[in-house]
Design a protein around this ligand. Structure first.
Ligand code: F6P
Length: 543
């Protein structure tokens, strides 16, 4: 029996469309003027996080209907089904149980196998970090290179950077791209004798990863080393990892109910655990587990992932904003936007509903971003004055990790708050004229300049405030986004857990390899591909 997944009813979407039409004719600032308690009423605190969505154009009736939408879509039922391990990934006939990877022993949705693997990971990490697990030649490992792509890369990369202050183990590096530049540039300064490779691939078939792993093996062999002793595999495909030559005790596996983009919490996080240590890794799991419990039990507008999801639905499906910027005012979250691109766009970038019918409305927005303040000096011009409205999600820590550089943090905070304020308030033409008056400008010049200096404002943003970017906080934040993506998917009636859209390109790339090797003809390729293939064959100066 299907556990929901039918999306929300049309009547509610219609009601929300009329709320959206009304919102287009009012200013967010007026909502604050009408309700002095709006900032408190349209924000919520949970588990050390504060989510402020008051600087959006959601008013009380819109929020009530957004909540009704989630309820009518069967979110509670589907959430219970996910935690209970039902096969809610219907197109792949799989359960979706990443929450089990961070569930402690005794928890209802814990998994004995996952706990056992976690214990093995801890023991291995302690051995590598303590120098007892060594290379076959007897050298401790100084560098760890994670080879993986997509979900087998982005989570660990993002978290490794986010938790830089906690690194006290071997240096951690990442190779993901099949472009040889990635492998060459990453390994250039490394000593093969003291390097451990973690080959992370759920399927152990991904072209990029298998090519990089083969190059790693060749790199070790060229240094005269016994390559197998320098490898660890992280995979659901134990047999393939063994067949590739990795010793069974060096394989850390996970079940098929862990989706690639939700896999940071298990063996895919092994490289991270090696770098920050099991204790900090456990703290990250605890933070995520706390968010799981919150998502499961908090009601209505008190549920943070749900409110983040509803804000997303409001901006994309109701107001029609096609993109969303994620701007962490936290330099160490520089890779969060890239991580969220996969989490959100691979999960919810779909055009058919769970039952195969065409989706009645747009799905996922384009998710993008860069850390503040850097983004301010690049694309914020467009956010403030461009012709499209881009809702912004700010993330901000109350405290940094460098008390000796406190003024940096103060300036960071000032900039983050200022951007949210500027986006909402804007600056009217009258204000711009007044600022230019008395500067001796001719009237037509003043008018022209005033127009350039006017900001429409009324541009929405949310702010997620947290205490400090510790492992526990990171765990909470990432689980918050995971559940947000899930809730949006349920409301849209799509399956957030498959990714068929990546298959066609993979198949065509595979079919092009023999053509590029000169073993097959290109006649079934389109004219553009054939022309480019011809150009690739030309001597360098003729391309
Ligand atoms: O890009 C498609 C995808 O299947 C992702 O969903 C996945 O995270 C990535 O490739 C890597 O897959 P694997 O872990 O099997 O190598």
């Amino acid at each position: 029996m299907s556990a929901g997944g039918e999306g929300a009813p049309e009547a509610l979407w219609k009601r929300l469309a009329s709320h959206g039409a009304a919102a287009r004719n009012r200013r967010i600032a007026d909502l604050f003027a009408a309700d002095p308690a709006r900032a408190e009423a349209f924000s919520l605190r949970a588990d050390g996080l504060l989510l402020d969505y008051s600087r959006t154009n959601i008013d009380p009736p819109s929020r009530a209907d957004l909540l009704a939408l989630a309820e009518a879509a069967g979110l509670a039922r589907r959430r219970a089904a996910m935690f209970a391990g039902e096969r809610i990934n219907e197109t792949e006939d799989r359960a979706v149980r990443h929450v089990a990877l961070r569930a402690p022993e005794g928890c209802d949705w814990a998994d004995a196998g996952a706990l056992e693997t976690l214990a093995r990971m801890r023991a291995f990490a302690k051995g590598v970090r303590g120098g007892q697990v060594q290379s076959p030649a007897g050298a401790p490992f100084a560098d760890v290179v994670n080879i993986g792509i997509g979900g087998s890369d982005l989570g660990p990369v993002m978290a490794s950077r986010a938790l830089a202050p906690y690194h006290d183990g071997p240096r951690l590096h990442f190779v993901s791209n099949v472009d040889s530049a990635d492998f060459a540039d990453t390994t250039r300064a490394l000593d093969p004798a003291r390097t451990l490779f973690v080959v992370a691939s759920k399927t152990f078939t991904t072209q990029e990863t298998m090519q990089n792993a083969a190059s790693a093996r060749a790199w070790l062999e060229a240094a005269g080393l016994e390559a197998p002793g320098h490898f660890v595999a992280v995979s659901s495909a134990r047999d393939r990892a063994r067949a590739w030559g990795i010793a069974p005790e060096r394989i850390f596996s996970f079940a098929d109910w862990v989706g690639g983009r939700f896999s940071l919490w298990g063996p895919v996080g092994l490289g991270l655990m090696l770098a920050i240590g099991p204790r900090h890794f456990d703290e990250m799991l605890e933070g995520a587990h706390a968010m799981d419990r919150h998502f499961l039990s908090a009601e209505g507008a008190g549920n943070m992932p749900l409110m983040l999801a509803l804000t997303g639905i409001w901006h994309r499906q109701v107001m029609g904003h096609a993109s969303r910027a994620v701007i962490p005012y936290e330099h160490r979250l520089a890779r969060l936007p890239a991580y969220l691109q996969q989490l959100e766009m691979e999960s919810n970038g779909k055009s058919v509903a769970m039952d195969g019918s065409p989706l009645a409305r747009p799905s996922c927005p384009v998710v993008w971003g860069e850390p503040g303040t850097n983004g301010q000096h690049a694309f914020f011009q467009m956010l403030h004055q461009g012709s499209d409205v881009v809702p912004v999600e700010f993330l901000l820590g109350k405290r940094g990790h460098e008390p000796g550089l406190a003024r940096h943090h103060l300036l960071l905070v000032a900039n983050c708050l200022a951007q949210g304020e500027a986006l909402m308030r804007g600056r009217s033409l009258e204000e711009s004229r007044a600022r230019l008056a008395g500067k001796g400008l001719a009237p037509d010049q003043l008018e022209r300049l005033a127009r350039h200096r006017t900001f429409a404002g009324n541009r929405p943003s949310t702010t997620l405030l947290y205490e400090r970017l510790t492992p526990r906080t990171l765990g909470r934040i990432i689980a918050l986004y995971e559940h947000r993506v899930f809730a949006e998917g349920v409301i849209l009636g799509i399956n957030s857990f498959d990714q068929w859209g990546v298959e066609l390109g993979k198949e065509l790339a595979t079919s092009l390899v023999p053509i590029l090797e000169g073993r097959a003809e290109a006649e079934d390729k389109d004219p553009s591909t054939r022309m480019l293939l011809e150009a690739l064959k030309q001597p360098p100066s003729l391309v």
